[in-house]
Ligand binder design. Structure first.
Ligand SMILES: Cc1cc2nc3c(=O)[nH]c(=O)nc-3n(C[C@H](O)[C@H](O)[C@H](O)COP(=O)(O)OP(=O)(O)OC[C@H]3O[C@@H](n4cnc5c(N)ncnc54)[C@H](O)[C@@H]3O)c2cc1C
Length: 470
């Protein structure tokens, strides 16, 4: 179960002591061992107990990373990459201690090739910083997890967000990475060509590997042109099933929706209270269309007809930038809006993803489960991808509270797998979902172990994540 997976205890005390001495001498103030620094670099936004690293290196260049990897490799000490620490499954915890490499000072844009619609950045830049930088080029980077995460962290968790239904996930938007591997050398996984059949796809091996195969020192990304016109709107539905039917019909008809997000009634209630809104408190879709005046109007009209056919209310849409921003700010604040409902409780945010035709069943059964077990939980879905999050508010001070939430997560994952879905559409495995990965992929996890052993024989890169080596 999730919390039990978080416990470990294989610390290499002598190696850690040696590495602390060497890094302090080499990096001075850029290497910190104080408790507050270490605590900041273990988890803050998850229910999994924090496991602190022994020191934090504020890397400024790829050479810093190479030096740290070489020292840690020599002494067999763990290294854990740290972007902004917003991952949700215990990914930046240090169960065996070791060194956290903080990338906040490696946040430069290295190049923008506007004519090729790509750019190369250091891993610590956040998605919002990148989009501010790109604004004058007419380009933008579309992947938008709810947090203002770093590009290195997003690549490492294979993140996505509300725009994935149109622009894909990090899997589709990373063209290449440079990574420092266990021998301390930097490799580049691909050039900038849009397509390539050149050997194994090492880029996609690193994307989603959660820092377990090497440390990313740069990421080359696809960019998109800022759409000439953006329209957004909200539509209320009487039931989850009606809202999901509208989503399925929209996708099946090939309407190129840019965002189509589902919020259940409790989530809408939280957003109303937190963001001072007055939406009807029933299952609701938030939508966005990208294109020209004509295509945005046409797509909005087509969706309005689908919504009516599925029993939805009026589709209220706008091209006014301020109104749209308010709508999406409320959506992006959904996590904090939910936490505000019961600040005294702990929160678990978990995600699963199913084939879109099973989305309504999966969410409806999950809601019934929440009700039957007396849980306080709300659902938000990247519905166009069949991906949804459940945020459970629970008492983490009692064993009953913890086991109720663990049992719920186990049932949720079993349900998604039974529908041929996955235990995570975007948050990754970290420590929290290791057992579900085994259930989902069985023997394929052994192949992953073989890859890990081959690239990282001493298990220095983020040990105790994704799977146990056994
Ligand atoms: C409110 C909220 C909403 C969220 N919504 C979404 C969402 O909609 N979609 C989604 O996908 N996620 C979402 N998340 C989860 C989170 O934002 C993503 O997992 C994000 O990709 C993590 O990025 P980060 O920079 O915070 O990475 P971190 O948490 O710092 O690290 C994540 C992983 O990447 C590794 N890593 C970081 N940098 C490097 C590097 N340079 N080299 C090698 N490994 C590295 C770390 O070791 C760790 O394993 C949400 C989180 C919160 C708190």
């Amino acid at each position: 179960m999730a919390l039990k997976d978080a416990k470990s205890g294989l610390r290499n005390e002598a190696g850690i002591a040696a590495v602390l001495g060497i890094l302090k001498q080499s990096f001075g103030e850029r290497f910190q061992t104080g408790e507050s620094f270490r605590a900041q670099h273990a988890h803050t936004t998850t229910y999994i107990p924090a496991q602190l690293p022994d020191g934090v290196l504020f890397a400024e260049t790829a050479d810093d990373v190479k030096a740290a990897v070489r020292v840690c490799a020599e002494h067999k000490v763990p290294l854990i990459g740290f972007g902004t620490g917003s991952s949700l499954e215990g990914q930046v915890n240090a169960p065996n201690g070791g060194i956290s490499i903080d990338f906040s000072r490696m946040n430069r844009v290295l190049e923008v090739n506007a004519e090729d619609l790509d750019c190369t950045v250091e891993p610590g830049i956040t998605r919002e910083e990148l989009n501010v930088y790109l604004r004058d080029t007419g380009l933008f980077f579309p992947i938008d997890p709810g947090a203002n995460a770093s590009i290195g962290g997003m690549a490492s968790t294979r993140a996505s967000g509300t725009n994935a239904v149109r622009y894909g996930t990090m899997k589709d938007n990373v063209l290449s990475v440079t990574a420092v591997t266990a021998n301390g050398e930097e490799v580049r996984t691909a050039r900038r060509a849009r397509k390539s059949s050149a050997g194994y796809d090492m880029t996609r091996l690193f994307v989603g590997s959660e820092g377990t195969l090497g440390i990313l020192t740069s990421v080359t990304l696809r960019l998109q042109g800022i759409p000439q016109k953006i329209g957004g709107g909200v539509c209320a539905f009487p039931t989850i099933k009606a809202a999901c039917d509208a989503v399925i019909m929209t996708i099946q008809m090939g309407i190129p929706v840019a965002r189509i997000e589902l919020l259940d009634a409790l989530q809408i209630k939280c957003c109303n209270a937190y963001s001072n809104l007055d939406y009807e408190e029933t299952p609701t879709l938030f939508l966005e269309f990208h294109g020209t005046d004509e295509t945005v109007a046409l797509q909005s009209q087509q969706f309005a007809e689908i919504a009516t056919e599925c029993g939805g209310g009026e589709f209220l849409w706008t091209v006014n930038a301020e109104e749209r921003a308010k709508l999406w700010k409320a959506r992006h604040n959904a996590y904090w809006a939910s936490r505000a409902l019961a600040p005294e409780l702990a929160a678990l945010s978990t995600d699963v993803c199913v084939p879109i035709s099973r989305l309504a069943d999966c969410i409806t059964e999950t809601q019934a489960d929440i009700e039957a077990n007396g849980l306080l939980a709300m659902i938000v879905g990247h519905a166009g991808d069949g991906n949804f999050h459940v945020l459970v508010l629970f008492d983490d001070k009692t064993s009953e509270g913890i086991s109720a939430v663990e049992n719920f997560v186990a049932r949720l994952n079993a349900r998604a797998l039974e529908m041929d879905g996955t235990c995570t559409g975007e948050h990754g495995i970290g420590q929290g979902k290791m057992s579900f990965l085994e259930q989902e992929l069985g023997g394929t996890v052994d192949l992953m172990r073989q890859v890990k052993r081959s690239l990282d024989p001493d298990n220095i890169f983020n040990p105790g994540k994704i799977f146990h080596l056994g």
